[in-house]
Write a protein that binds this ligand. Sequence first.
Ligand code: HT7
Ligand code: ZN
Length: 844
Amino acid sequence: PQTIYLADYTPYGFIIDHVALHFDLDPRKTRVKSRIAFRPNPDASDRTFFLHGENLSLVTASIDGAPVSPEVTPQGLTCDVPDAPFIWEAEVEIDPQGNTALEGLYMSNGMYCTQCEAEGFRKITYYPDRPDVMAVFTVTINGPHPVLLSNGNPVSSGTDTAEWHDPWPKPAYLFALVAGDLVAHPGSFTTKSGRAVDLNLYVRPGDEGKCAFGMQALKDSMKWDEDVYGREYDLDLFNIVAVDDFNMGAMENKGLNIFNSSAVLASPETSTDMNFERIEAIIAHEYFHNWTGNRITCRDWFQLCLKEGLTVYRDSQFTSDMRSAAVKRIGDVIDLRARQFPEDQGPLAHPVRPESFQEINNFYTATVYEKGAEVIGMLKLLVGDEAYSKALDLYFDRHDGQACTIEDWLQVFEDTTGRDLAQFKRWYSQAGTPLLSVNESWDHGTLTLHFKQHTPASDATTDPQPHVLPIAVGLIGQDGDEVEETTVLEMTQAEQSFVFDGLGTRPVASVLRGFSAPVVLTQDLSDADRAHLLAHDTDPFNRWEQGRMLAYGSLLGMIREGKAPNKDWLAGIRAVIGDETLDPAYRALMLGLPSQSDLARALSEAGDTPDPDIIYAATEATRATMAEAFADLLPTLYRRHTVDAPFEPNAKQAGKRALSNAALSLLTRNDDGALAQEQYDAADNMTQQLSALANLIRAGRGNKAVDAFEGQWKADRLVMDKWFGLQVIEADPEDAHEVVETLTKHPDFNWKNPNRFRAVLGAFAAHHAGFHHASGAGYRLLADWLIKLDPVNPQTTARMCSAFQTWKRYDSDRQAMIKAELDRILSQSGLSRDTTEMLSRIRG
Ligand code: HT7
Ligand code: ZN
């Protein structure tokens, strides 16, 4: 496969003034007519007329009304064109029903929908399918469907026909079309300058009762973007459509967002508190793209972080404002460490702005999205809130309507602050997680913090240079009072020291508050100092972090030397979870343990070979000890935080449920699931029902409830995804692969549906001890399914290959078995470009 390089960028040879598309919908033979007004681009030197096109049957083509016979390849077509403005017209035939890859125009449950990012538009018609070609689109749709939607504002509609006009120039990846028998949940929003916007959430009949929360989240997002970023919506209509078959969460098509139904449909009976929070965040994320992505888009796909990093950053700010900032930050860091750190430290490492790719779909990664957002958080911390706002205002003013680069983005910060961001730019160009270490010296009232940073070399970055690191530090005195409020140290060298003087007694340094930089920190703190911070730190992130570090110490001591759990850690956690002045959601997080794959990563970072069985046993033993140590506290925690009021998906109630369910999961170890059964029987919402079910399965008495749950929810696709997934998540490691095999034979296991596939196989890949079973059965099973899925849906297959990315951590037997599976998949004839690229990179 061909490798594309950032360095090779050249502008397209033509400018498009207008695109008219006409669709005659048919499941197997949709006709697409295009009429595109091209003119030569004065800024381009190469005038080759190339239009992308894949899986299209060209019916006719003409230039200025005269038929032409272009040279057609599987990737597109070329044609001789005039050196002056001209009209290109073409008609193609496509097969939406046969499009199982879910890119381009495809069908899901009888409805037509599109997914064009990144390069799906070329499967709809011949077009320069690159983000720097922006054009105004008019679309007409003919088809026997009550709802016919496209981007922008409606121009006209009649029986089986509709015309749409989008006045905002856009790249083809933001094009969307939806047609089907859908019902609208309507709403409205008036922008701050008085524009009345009609809002609709389109769903399949039967899903009307799951729309209210998403609609409110949309209104909250619109208001928040006005209040915080000064960004107003710019059309008279904003539509969202829920689709069952979708490769990712959602897509920000201009004025017509398309959502995986799991990312928008919600009701108390069918959705957990976590579902509600995720839905609110995704709706916000896609809405915020209207400015960061759509009005200002990317020049090329290497600049993906320009829109994704910024939009993730914006959606995390939104969630922090809507819910608890501390809980959101901790959740984001847990997620970053679970998904981005392994990527950045393994064979898939790439810079936030990659410099080459074979298949762009493989670069919608945690590094581009989440590390990309962390980079923006650091920038804001370095320049300050006011300068950040000014820079963003300038960004929107200067670049509205343009396709931009990271250079453009950094320039607005340089222009507003006068700072030189050349070194900071390394965050975009260097792969790898920096390792930051700190040690202290104390001399008569002066504390000096000596920092060292080092980023390990990788294939992606062979000679990493020091980063600019904002390190937020505070000092906690021996009496527990804060003696130095948070200050942000700016580290730019490989080694650097910072002095705090005028101190009385020696304080404990609270370093990297709020996780101010995405690094692995090594701080030489005693367990007593960590316990002191766990008890007294004013920074909620670091308070939690010290509990987590103590938990790591305890678990690693058990794994390596069979030690008993650390009593100081248990005492520290006990004090926090019993402190009724603290947010229940925060206390629930304190009851969490590092995941088994996090422990494997920690062991391998320290040069040890992780044994998944021992890690599993240590985690289980630690949970059992917690259940025993907190036995007297748990029933009160459970009862006090059980919500009696009618279910509301707000942060307050969700936090209480999170704490009572965290207590339940420990209590179940003491009562063999009696309380879980009680909760299951009484549950009137999915948070309570699912948590109870998980505990019953774990307690070995879940069979009846599993069957009852299936009977109750058989007709609900999204709830059944939970049913499938939970049985895998809660499976005993010895049986996990058999549980998966059984579930894949279930009549409702529709493996072509990405949600269902992920519910089972994705959950299995995340079941550390089950997937890494010493027999290799887990590796074989996943490989079998990846081989089966690849010809049908390469994008989802390739994403799931990352389950193998950590393979070099494990022992030689496991490595040999994984390598054999990687080779077996790679040897399949016709393997997709997506999967080939992922596995070749992973295999090395
Ligand atoms: N911008 C979108 C990214 C995307 C995508 C979405 C759905 C299906 C396939 C996709 N490929 C890329 C989603 C987002 O980040 O908001
Ligand atoms: Zn996005």
